[in-house]
Design a protein around this ligand. Structure first.
Ligand code: C2O
Ligand code: CU
Length: 517
């Protein structure tokens, strides 16, 4: 059965109505579009695990062509819950994967080796990357000898999904290893890399295939660095009785069990919040200024992050780079895929203060994210400038305006009524140009455009929200909302995608190919 006939079956059996039920019955109403998947074990005590910091990957070689890295994707275990070894899939067997630290303007080449039982595709989220290295969802890297695997491998797919047996022939396939080349002609920013295989991104990321990729440049001089520049990958997960990761498709009995676990097409929400792969961790930090690189790597959950006791979060950067003017917020909203770079001066707290990072969108366990224990004061020579140099004035848009509707109908998530078809571009803008895109939603859809950065021009009838400002690659579309953006396309022609970053929606075909000509 291919995707289209699958969708027809769904539409034709009245499943659309069934899917509609849980859409807005996630946690506390409507802050996330998704359905809670309850863990089958007692939730762990919070603030036991120390905050892990993913190791910074060392290049195997650095020369005039750039920094060369190697990563092996393989099964491993991680201590997510205190004292429990949870099986994961990881980059170098780790969750999160190792952090790549790049320098703006200096190419990075990553040789990925696949030792997982399934094919993979690696996407550098936020990267302005040539198409052949962008991790197009059908540009698969198979394990050695694994070309014979069915596209789904031995592991089943996202909730209720049936793989598209036909679509895979459209991609550029590699076996064993694949080199991804990133020119890094882009400013300092917090990027991340994760799996992007068609129809199977949600379960692969849930199992651990995600890591940071940080770009640095000289404009950051003076900001906190080293131990005081902390990437925080926030993600929710649920656990089985034995401590393994629970996901609807990993255990098919969770699928379509009316009244028991619900139907997860709307998105999977976990009941345990992880930061850097540890459940509700604690970080002991000196009383000084810190840079926190917040990333929402969750499949479907949105967060409203705030400190308790309250202190402003001074935003210095967003998805694509630093803001022209650092801006204080009392909370930061993050939809899946989005990043926010903030400075927190912990010197304003007394010695020994416990400072909680809360998620104001929820009550109960998922309202907690992590805890900082403020140790003693240290000399602090860091500073935050009033302004960061702006790269270049925003380009003038062409006359082209395009409208994209992100919606569910006939039982499926789609864009302008079309489910993902890898070989059918929905638009063919010219590379290096700027277009006006109007994005319209029915439910929450965090929309991500590859090979582009955009500015939000308006939200609904009003101006962009303060949190929309700066160069974005992922926008938080809320129910029944229209947002106008100016999309600046990257410098490389070729085939890319735009999609919803609710990963269950993405796997359920809320994605479109576009071609930069
Ligand atoms: Cu973070 Cu196309 O994905
Ligand atoms: Cu969506």
């Amino acid at each position: 059965m291919n995707r289209r006939s699958f969708l027809r079956v769904l539409g034709g059996t009245g499943a659309a109505a069934a899917i509609g039920v849980p859409l807005l019955t996630g946690i506390r109403g409507s802050e996330s579009t998704g359905v809670l998947l309850p863990s089958r074990r007692r939730l762990p005590d919070p603030f036991i695990r120390p905050l892990p910091i993913p190791p910074i990957l060392t290049p195997v070689r650095s020369d005039a062509t750039g920094d060369h890295y190697e990563i092996t994707q393989r099964p491993g275990t991680a201590e997510i819950l205190p004292g429990i070894a949870t099986p994961i899939w990881g980059y170098d067997g780790m969750f999160p994967g190792p952090t790549i630290v790049a320098t703006s303007g200096r190419p990075v080449v990553v040789r990925h080796r696949n030792e997982l039982p399934v094919p993979v595709a690696v996407h550098l989220h936020g990267g302005l990357t040539p198409a052949e290295s962008d991790g197009f969802p059908t540009d698969l890297l198979y394990p050695p000898g694994g070309r014979a695997l069915p596209p789904s491998g031995p592991v089943s797919s996202s909730p209720g999904h049936v793989h598209d047996a036909g679509g895979h022939s459209a991609g550029a396939v590699a076996v064993g290893t694949r080199d991804y080349t990133y020119p890094m002609n882009q400013p300092a920013a917090t990027l991340w890399y994760h799996d992007h295989r068609m129809d199977f991104t949600a379960p692969a990321v849930w199992r651990g295939l995600a890591g940071f990729h940080i770009v640095r440049d000289a404009t950051e001089t003076g900001l906190p660095t080293g131990d005081r520049d902390i990437p925080l990958m926030i993600a929710d997960r649920s656990f089985d009785a034995d401590g393994s990761l629970l996901y609807p498709s990993i255990d098919p009995t969770l699928l379509h069990t009316p009244g028991v676990t619900g139907d997860y097409h709307a998105g999977v929400l976990g009941d345990v919040i992880l930061v850097n792969g540890a459940a509700w961790p604690t970080a002991t930090i000196p009383r000084a200024r810190h840079r926190l690189r917040l990333l929402n790597a969750s499949n479907a959950r949105r967060y409203r992050l705030a400190l308790d006791p309250a202190r402003p979060l001074l935003q210095i950067g967003t998805d694509g780079g630093l803001l022209p003017t650092p801006t204080p917020h009392d909370h930061i909203d993050l939809a899946p895929g989005q990043r926010c770079d903030v400075i927190v001066d912990f010197a304003h707290y007394p010695d020994g203060q416990h400072v909680f990072l809360h998620n104001l969108f929820d009550s109960g366990p998922t309202s907690q994210v992590m805890r900082f224990e403020v140790a003693t004061r240290i000399a602090d020579t860091t500073r935050v400038p009033d302004h960061f140099p702006t790269a270049s004035p925003p380009a003038t848009p062409t006359a082209v305006t395009r409208t994209f509707h992100f919606q569910r109908d006939n039982g499926s998530w789609n864009i302008n009524g079309l489910p993902f078809s890898p070989g059918t571009p929905i638009a063919s803008p010219r590379h290096g140009t700027t277009e006006t895109w109007r994005l319209m939603s029915d439910f929450h859809h965090p929309i991500h455009v590859h090979a582009a950065q955009f500015e939000v021009v308006s939200r609904g009838l009003g101006a962009p929200s303060p949190l929309d400002l700066g160069p974005r690659d992922t926008i938080d579309l809320r129910p029944a909302e229209e947002v106008t953006t100016r999309v600046h396309f990257g410098p490389y022609p070729g085939r890319y995608v735009l999609h919803c970053h609710n990963l269950e929606h993405e796997d359920m075909a809320m994605m479109a190919a576009f071609t930069l000509t």
